[in-house]
Ligand binder design. Structure first.
Ligand code: COA
Ligand code: NAP
Length: 267
């Protein structure tokens, strides 16, 4: 049981909740007593995440779906709702990313990231609305520093995450009257995650030397903010993009660029 928060009797749904940051969030809510549902494409990863979450002793549920498939997303949310009841905390964290210069991206390469990160998040939030606790639900999007810092090799992710933040703000306006809060967390580089593996190739000391707090973040750093946003302590917070990044947001757009990669020729 997490000492800071008690989510007993509360229902949490995490899209992309089968690895990395999102699984860390799901795990923290499960440890704090919540019933937790996860959804991602790969059924084996869904089963593995269920097994990890179940170790905390609470109810868990998982269903495979691709966020690009609205009907599949709706079915997973409906199944979680049928099992647990109204969703108190919805986390939209599924994403896809890779390093590529604009001239190395096909139309489909750009589109696939927009489809997963931006359209996928709209699908999750739009499909979830009927299943959310009203009033009281908290929606948490997982954004990234690319949403406000232009970064070389990341035109697809920058566009997708910037769009995702505007989805968050518009729905905060539209759904405030339903008692639904909508916010985004913008993580810095989080150690041990798929994102860092894909996007950060420099030696760790070089990366950490440029982070104002001089360390990468941990899964717990992000999970703590998610639990805060999911709790009544955050009941007057909506429409906010909250960096949890050791100060990376202060550095501007080129802070993630490894010189060798930033100038890499198009594939
Ligand atoms: N550079 C340039 N283009 C790339 C690329 C790269 N490194 N990786 C994929 N693409 C392009 C492909 O060439 C393809 O375009 P094409 O049809 O014109 O050839 C397009 O992207 C789609 O690729 P595909 O492999 O069919 O997509 P997918 O749906 O199977 O996978 C990805 C989606 C590409 C985002 C994949 O990396 C993924 O599943 N990621 C999930 C995990 C992740 O990214 N985690 C980090 C989160 S920050
Ligand atoms: P990760 O470990 O690669 O996890 C991505 C998750 O999303 C997986 O569970 C994956 O499962 C799922 N997923 C991917 N595509 C999907 C799709 N089309 N439909 C449904 N699920 C899908 O990623 P991570 O690095 O922890 O990043 C998690 C989130 O944090 C992302 O939103 C990312 O942009 C953001 N972020 C990460 C960092 C970082 O340092 N890692 C920094 C800033 C922001 P399946 O493969 O089974 O689908």
């Amino acid at each position: 049981m997490n000492r800071s928060y008690d989510f007993s009797g509360r229902n949490v749904f995490v899209s992309g909740g089968t690895s990395g940051i999102n699984l860390g969030i799901a795990d923290a809510f499960a440890a704090a007593g919540a019933r937790v549902a996860v959804m991602s494409r790969n059924a084996e990863r869904v089963r593995a995440a269920e097994a990890q979450l179940a170790r905390h002793g609470g109810e868990v549920f998982g269903q495979a779906a691709d966020v690009r498939d609205y009907d599949g997303v709706h079915a997973a949310l409906a199944a979680a709702h049928a099992r647990f009841g109204d969703i108190d905390v919805l986390v939209s964290g599924a994403a896809g990313n890779f390093l590529a210069p604009a001239l190395g991206l096909s139309s489909n390469g750009f589109k696939v990231v927009i489809d997963i990160d931006l359209n996928g998040t709209f699908h999750v939030l739009r499909a979830a609305h009927e299943f959310l606790r009203k009033p009281g639900a908290s929606i948490i999007n997982i954004s990234a520093p690319q949403s406000y810092n232009p970064a070389p090799m990341q035109v697809h992710a920058c566009a997708a995450k910037a769009g995702l933040d505007q989805v968050m703000r518009v729905l905060a306006l539209e759904w405030g009257e339903h008692g639904i809060r909508v916010n985004s967390i913008s993580p810095g580089p989080i150690e041990g995650t798929g994102g860092v593996q894909r996007l950060v190739s420099e030696a760790r000391p070089a990366v950490e030397g440029r982070i104002p707090l001089r360390r990468m973040g941990t899964l717990a750093d992000i999970a703590h903010m998610a639990m805060f946003l999911g709790s009544s302590d955050a009941s007057y917070i909506t429409g906010a993009l909250i960096p949890v990044d050791g100060g990376v947001s202060l550095l501007g757009g080129r802070n993630y660029a490894r010189p060798a990669e930033a100038t890499a020729p198009s594939p």
